[in-house]
Design a protein. Structure first.
Length: 675
C-alpha cells in the first residue's frame, strides 16, 4: 500500500480516497471509504485511456460482466460510472493475496487448502456461467485468497458465451499455459474452457508447476491425494466435451468450503492477510503538496499493494513469506533429482560485494515487464503496452498504445510483434518505432512464441510459420508442434513440444531431424548445438546439423521450474528453485561452478538470468540484483531492489543494467566505480 500522491484526487464520486493499492496500464486502484464508512477498492481509468473509445468500451464491458455475476466467491460491484470524465469502478475491499503471490512466497498449498480453493473456484464459475459469461482468463494472478475463501477477480475479458471468437473481441487473449487448447488456437470458447483453466490453476497451487513450461503431467504423478490428481486430470482433458462442468465439480467437492476463517490457509499466508487488513485500517497519511513525486518507502515496497479484489495483480511482493519460513502444511517444490550434477557450491564472500548505483526508476505497467535491448534502447513490454526507453534517462522515446500487443521478439534493430486488436503482425524499428512492414493476420491463428531472426521470423503453437524478416511475407507453414518454445539460429529453426524437439530448415520448413524429449522447454541454439531441458530436469545437448546427442546431464527438476537458462562465454547458466546459479560447459556438459546467493529452505526461489559479455546478471528471489563473473561465479557487485525481481531477466545496454520489478517498473543500474 502506498500513500496518495499530491496529484491524486481526494474523492471519486462519493468515495473518499485513502491510499494507492496498485497502478496498472489502464489506471490506478485506490483504497477508499464510502460515506457510511465501508472500506472499498476504487479503480479509476487514467486520462490517457479515458479519451479513447476503445478503452472506454472495454471498461464498460468489465463493469457489465462484473455486475452480472453475484456470488460468494466473486467480487461484488458496489458502484460504477463508465461515462465519467475518468471512468471508475468500486468493489468491496477484501484483504488478501493472489494465488501467484502466495505460491511464490510460501510454496505449494497443502491438499486441504487446494480442496477449499477448488470448491470456491468451482462455485464462482457456476455463478459466472449461470450469468451466460465465460471468464476466459482464470489464472493465479486473478484469484485472491482471503480469510473467507478464494475470490475470482478481473472480468476485463469476460464475454457472453455466444460472443464471436476471443481474438476479435476482448483486449487480452488470455494467458498462455492457463488457456484451454481451443482458446490457444483462437477457436470459440465456452464454459468448458474455464474448467480447463481451473485445472491448470489447481495444478499450479498443488505442485508449483507453470503449465506453459513445466511438466504438469509428470508433476501430477507426485501428488499423494488420488482425488486431487483425478480432479485435475479431468479438468485438463484436451477435448472440451470430456471435461466436467463447474456444477459437477462443485458436487464432487461438496462441503469443502472454508468454515474457520483464514485457518483454511497455511499460517504464513494468513499472517500476510492480517498485515494487509491492518494496512487498510491504518492507511498511510497523504503528504502535503510538493513538487515531484514523493519517494516510496521501503515498508511500502515490502508490504506491497494491498490485495484489492477490483484489480488483478497489484505487484505486491510476499516478502514476509520468502525468508525460509513455511506455514502449516505446504509442500515445498521438489529438490534436485537423485544423481543430479552437484559441483561444489561457492559460499558468498565474508566481505559484501560493492553496491551498484541506481540511475533511474520508471513505471511502465502493473506487473513484471519483459525487457530486451535493441536499436540503442531498452524495450519494456507489460500488459500489451510496449515502450522504448532511453537508457540514459528512462524517458519514453516511443510506445505502442495498443493493449493487444501480446507477443514481442527482437533481432538487431527489428521488433517483431503481433498486434492482437488490430489483427496485424508487424516489424518495427527499435530505434524509432517506425513500421518496417505490417500485414493482416487471421484472427483464428494467434501467433504464439514469436522469435525474430536475421533471415526469418517465426512463431507457432500447433504449427510453425516462418515469415521473411525483411518483407514479412509468409515463407512456409509446417505442422510441427511448438507449444514449449521456438529458437532460430541462422538457417535452423528449432521447435519444442511436449514430446520432442524438431529442427526445421529455415528456408523451406523441411524437417531435418527430430529428437524425442518429454516436456523439453524453451530450446537454445548456439555453439553449433541445440540445448533443451526436459521435464525430469535433464539437459540435452544435440548437434545442430544432425540432432545426434552430444551429451546430457541430469541437474534436477528444480532447474526446469526456473525461468529458463542463458548462454554466453562458452557456458550455459541455469537458475534453480533453491536460489542457486549453476554453470555448465556447453561443449561437454561439465559442471564449472555453482553459486548460492542467499540461504533459503524454500524450493520456490528461482532466479532470472541475463548474460552480457563476461558477466551473468541475476534477478534474485532475495530482492537483489547480482552481477556474477561468468567464468568463476564470484559476485562483482549487487543492488538491493527491495521488491521482487526474480521473473524478469536483466539486460545490459551501454554499460548499464536494466531489470523489471514486480511493481511494474524498470530499474537502471550502473556498476560501482572500478568494477
Amino acid at each position: 500500500m502506498e500513500r496518495l500522491r499530491p496529484d491524486d484526487p481526494g474523492r471519486v464520486g462519493r468515495y473518499r480516497l485513502l491510499a494507492r493499492l496498485g497502478t496498472g496500464g489502464m489506471g490506478v486502484v485506490y483504497l477508499g471509504r464510502s460515506p457510511g464508512g465501508r472500506t472499498v477498492a476504487v479503480k479509476v481509468i487514467g486520462a490517457r485511456h479515458a479519451g479513447e473509445a476503445t478503452y472506454r468500451a472495454r471498461f464498460g464491458r468489465e463493469i457489465g460482466a462484473a455486475r452480472t455475476v453475484s456470488g460468494a466467491f466473486t467480487a461484488p460491484v458496489l458502484d460504477a460510472d463508465a461515462e465519467a470524465a475518468a471512468p471508475w469502478l468500486v468493489t468491496a475491499y477484501l484483504p488478501g493475496v493472489t494465488l501467484r503471490e502466495a505460491v511464490a512466497g510460501q510454496g505449494t498449498l497443502p491438499a486441504a487448502a487446494v480442496r477449499t480453493l477448488a470448491a470456491g473456484l468451482a462455485e464462482a464459475l457456476v455463478d459466472i456461467h449461470r450469468a451466460g459469461l465465460t471468464h476466459r482468463d482464470l489464472k493465479p494472478a486473478n484469484i485472491m485468497l482471503t480469510a473467507g475463501g478464494p475470490r475470482v477477480i478481473d472480468f476485463g475479458i469476460a464475454r457472453p458465451e455466444d460472443a464471436v471468437t476471443i481474438t476479435r473481441v476482448g483486449f487480452n487473449p488470455g494467458t498462455p499455459g492457463f488457456m484451454s487448447p481451443e482458446q490457444a488456437a483462437g477457436r470459440r470458447v465456452g464454459p468448458s474452457s474455464d474448467v480447463y483453466s481451473l485445472g491448470a490453476v489447481l495444478a499450479f497451487a498443488a505442485t508449483g508447476a507453470e503449465p506453459s513450461r513445466d511438466g504438469v503431467d509428470a508433476r501430477l504423478g507426485d501428488l499423494e491425494d488420488a482425488w486431487l490428481r483425478d480432479l485435475i486430470e479431468d479438468c485438463l482433458q484436451p477435448e472440451p466435451e470430456l471435461r466436467p462442468s463447474a456444477g459437477e465439480l462443485l458436487a464432487r467437492l461438496d462441503g469443502a468450503g472454508p468454515a474457520h476463517g483464514a485457518r483454511w490457509l497455511p499460517d504464513g499466508i494468513a499472517a500476510a492477510i492480517d498485515v494487509r487488513a491492518h494496512e487498510a485500517r491504518n492507511p498511510p497519511e497523504r503528504p502535503p503538496a510538493e513538487d515531484g513525486e514523493p519517494p516510496v518507502s521501503r515498508r511500502a515496497l515490502l508490504v506491497g499493494g494491498a490485495a484489492a479484489v477490483a484489480f488483478a495483480g497489484t505487484g505486491a511482493a510476499l516478502v514476509a513469506l520468502s525468508r525460509g519460513e513455511r506455514g502449516g502444511g505446504g509442500r515445498a517444490a521438489p529438490g534436485p533429482a537423485a544423481g543430479a550434477a552437484s559441483p561444489s557450491v561457492r559460499p558468498s564472500p565474508t566481505r559484501p560485494p560493492p553496491l551498484a548505483v541506481r540511475r533511474w526508476k520508471v513505471g511502465v505497467g502493473d506487473y513484471y515487464p519483459d525487457l530486451a535491448a535493441a536499436g540503442g534502447v531498452v524495450l519494456a513490454h507489460s500488459e500489451g503496452l510496449l515502450r522504448a526507453l532511453d537508457p540514459k534517462t528512462g524517458r519514453t522515446r516511443w510506445k505502442q498504445h495498443s493493449w493487444d500487443i501480446t507477443h514481442v521478439s527482437v533481432d538487431g534493430d527489428g521488433v517483431f510483434l503481433y498486434d492482437h486488436f488490430g489483427g496485424r503482425i508487424r516489424m518495427v524499428r527499435a530505434s524509432s518505432g517506425t513500421e518496417r512492414w505490417g500485414h493482416p493476420w487471421p484472427s483464428e491463428a494467434v501467433p504464439m512464441y514469436p522469435v525474430a531472426g536475421e533471415d526469418v521470423s517465426c512463431f507457432g503453437y500447433e504449427t510453425v510459420t516462418a515469415l521473411d524478416a525483411r518483407t514479412g511475407r509468409r515463407r512456409w507453414t509446417t505442422r510441427v508442434g511448438a507449444e514449449m518454445g521456438i529458437a532460430v539460429d541462422g538457417d535452423l529453426v528449432v521447435a519444442a513440444d511436449r514430446k520432442a524437439v524438431s529442427a526445421l530448415d529455415a528456408g523451406t520448413g523441411r524437417l531435418r531431424w527430430r529428437y524425442p524429449a518429454t516436456w523439453a522447454h524453451y530450446p537454445q541454439a548456439c555453439y553449433g548445438q541445440v540445448f533443451v531441458c526436459d521435464g525430469p530436469g535433464t539437459v540435452h545437448a544435440l548437434r545442430a546439423d544432425t540432432g545426434a546427442p552430444v551429451w546430457k546431464r541430469q541437474i534436477g527438476n528444480d532447474v526446469y521450474e526456473s525461468s529458463g537458462f542463458a548462454a554466453g562465454a562458452g557456458l550455459l547458466y541455469f537458475g534453480t528453485a533453491a536460489g542457486d546459479v549453476l554453470a555448465l560447459r556447453a561443449a561437454t556438459g561439465e559442471p564449472v561452478w555453482s553459486r548460492r546467493l542467499f540461504a533459503t529452505t524454500s524450493r520456490n526461489q528461482w532466479n532470472a538470468l541475463g548474460v552480457d559479455g563476461g558477466t551473468v546478471y541475476v534477478g534474485c528471489a532475495d530482492h537483489h540484483v547480482y552481477a556474477l563473473d561468468a567464468a568463476d561465479g564470484h559476485t562483482r557487485w549487487r543492488y538491493p531492489a527491495d521488491v521482487t525481481i526474480r521473473t524478469s531477466a536483466p539486460v545490459a545496454v551501454g554499460g548499464s543494467v536494466f531489470v523489471g520489478t514486480a511493481d511494474g517498473s524498470v530499474l537502471a543500474l550502473t556498476p560501482p566505480d572500478g568494477v
